[in-house]
Design a protein around this ligand. Sequence first.
Ligand code: SF4
Length: 309
Amino acid sequence: MNDRYKDMLRSCAICPRKCGADRTAGNKGYCGLDDGIYISSICIHKGEEPPVSGPDGICNVFFSHCNIQCSYCQNFQISDNKTDIEHCRMNLETALGKITEILDKGIPALGFVSPFHQVPQMLEIIDELHRRSYDPVIVYNTNGYDTVETLQMLEGIVDVYLPDLKYSDPVLAKELSDAPDYPQTALNAVKEMYRQKGHELKISSNGCAESGLIVRHLVLPGQASNSIGVLSLIAKEISPEVFMSVMSQYYPPKHLSPDYMNYRVTAEEYRLVTEEMEKLGLYNGWLQEFESHMNYRPDFDKDHPFEDK
Ligand code: SF4
């Protein structure tokens, strides 16, 4: 890793936790990672929004662990910071080999999923791909809990930002994700992404996103007012022209702690949220069909987490 990237990990403040851990000395902060590359899966994924997956899928790199701990995370097998992920430590050459094997099949986009706590490692991978004359569309697929400073470093490197905006309610953000500052922090992050990309989503002739911003929001059971607050923040503080992806795919994973999170989103809750989108003039983007939760349950114990076989 070059000195600039190593320096970022010496007193780590690359995500909003700002732990100050010297990861280069093997110390760990909230995310539980040193300065190694920790990847749980590199695979072709066809389940993103249509222009993100494109007709043939995107090469997704799923980083291990996370800087927030959502009790309902569908990727809990890899995102729980208590999980031992030593077996996920990957050297740069191995990661590059797996990525280029997929890109060589003609897949045009490379998505980094949950990259916020491994940004220097992600940049190292991108630099090396460029050195080897690969220039895929870079997708930054994030929970939205990013710092503006780190995002500013990514200007001109990331082509498509794919952030969540999960909460407008800090109490809910604390209870479900251990991040009470999430609403304001993520709003600031999305504002920075919007500053870089604006609302235009550039799509190639074969239907692949080449540049832009798509904000995702997952509706949670019993939390329609949180969702309506999120939509309002986007429309009023950013722009109603932002591309949105509103999802109903919530499905309670195993080991869930708050009991009420074991329910599903009701049709009435989803209707309230989608009606609010219309009222606010949020017309760009995608609305997931209600009752689509069965299609979105990965298993990271498999080589291909999103396939049934
Ligand atoms: S990336 Fe990890 S160590 Fe660094 S500030 Fe965030 S949680 Fe802390």
